[in-house]
Ligand binder design. Sequence first.
Ligand SMILES: Cc1cc2nc3c(=O)[nH]c(=O)nc-3n(C[C@H](O)[C@H](O)[C@H](O)COP(=O)(O)O)c2cc1C
Length: 189
Amino acid sequence: MKTILLGVSGSISAYKAADLTNQLTKLGYQVDVVMTQNATKFITPLTLQSLSHRPVHLDVMTENKPAVINHIDLAKRADLFLVAPASANSIGKLANGIADDLLSTVALALLPTTPKLIAPAMNTYMYQNPITQKNLTTLKEVAGYEEIIPREALLACRDYGRGALATIDTIVEQSLAALKESTDEKSES
Ligand SMILES: Cc1cc2nc3c(=O)[nH]c(=O)nc-3n(C[C@H](O)[C@H](O)[C@H](O)COP(=O)(O)O)c2cc1C
């Protein structure tokens, strides 16, 4: 069974991670969820635990399995790393090697061959901000991430523009494509 490591950060669209977790789990993937503390203000860990049938990971210093170090174990077991939704803050941390919570620490520990997808979701000015764009470029060009481009829509903040989380169908489709590509590459080598 393939494992998808799903990072959920503090965006208003974090509630959509429930549908995403549900769909990926029903497709037969093991979904290991890592949430930032701020994500837990938008959706409960219990919801994602119930839909993934797996423990949800929240804290880099919580070590429930003495035989392993959790952030390294999560990173090594991932067949795909998917951050959805990705907040501007978490994108900035991932792009700059900051590892001050579980999500950003796991991201640094991923194997170079693990496919990595990032689905930004934020206000359109936050998304268009050159700093956010530079961070996304760094993630793509330096760390091998693929961006799941946000949609143009009327946003929760009532601005209209690009910044809405891609549809769950799009995220699932890109996740399956990334997993297939990585499996094909492994079987060719
Ligand atoms: C109601 C509300 C909605 C928010 N929505 C977003 C969002 O969609 N995208 C985003 O990047 N930040 C959003 N923020 C701000 C983030 O939650 C904030 O930057 C936080 O530090 C992100 O932390 P994290 O990346 O550790 O989860 C929102 C904040 C509030 C109060």
